[in-house]
Design a protein around this ligand. Structure first.
Ligand SMILES: [Cu+2]
Length: 145
């Protein structure tokens, strides 16, 4: 009798937890993605917000695109006041937070586009996270400032 109670109260909940807690450590979504228009052979920049509604932080480790080389960049002001860009090796996305990629800040640089980006088109992009796997989304081509 005591053994059966133990099974119900301890072993079953543990089994259920093991089944339901598999992959999603993090709940990541990518919103409002847009990319600047550009000609084939040129570069462009992608902007978006990453929202992590999960209880665990995650780390953006890379980006990839089927139509260009994709790098994570941050715009920085150099000592002489000229704006430049630095590559980022990773970007922290803490639990319950929103991280914004925006003009003048972080962006995904698309280098040497294999096709032109024309207003109202959209292009696929993939972000790779340390824990949450990858997020695949579309960025709309927009000529915003
Ligand atoms: Cu850049």
């Amino acid at each position: 009798m005591a053994y059966k109670k133990l099974l119900v109260y301890f072993v079953l909940p543990m089994l259920l937890a093991a089944c339901t807690s598999s992959p999603p450590h993090t709940r990541i979504s990518v919103n409002n993605a847009w990319v600047r228009p550009a000609e084939a052979g040129q570069n462009s920049a992608v902007y978006f917000q990453i929202v992590n509604e999960g209880r665990m932080g995650d780390v953006l480790v890379s980006a990839s695109s089927s139509i260009a080389t994709a790098e994570m960049h941050e715009s920085v002001e150099r000592e002489n006041g000229v704006m430049g860009m630095s590559p980022l090796s990773s970007v922290d996305v803490p639990a319950q937070s929103e991280v914004e990629f925006k003009p003048g800040g972080m962006h995904i640089m698309l280098i040497n586009l294999t096709q032109p980006l024309t207003a109202d088109d959209s292009i696929p992009l993939t972000l790779h996270f340390e824990h949450g796997g990858k997020a695949v989304f579309e960025a709309e081509v927009r000529s915003l400032p």
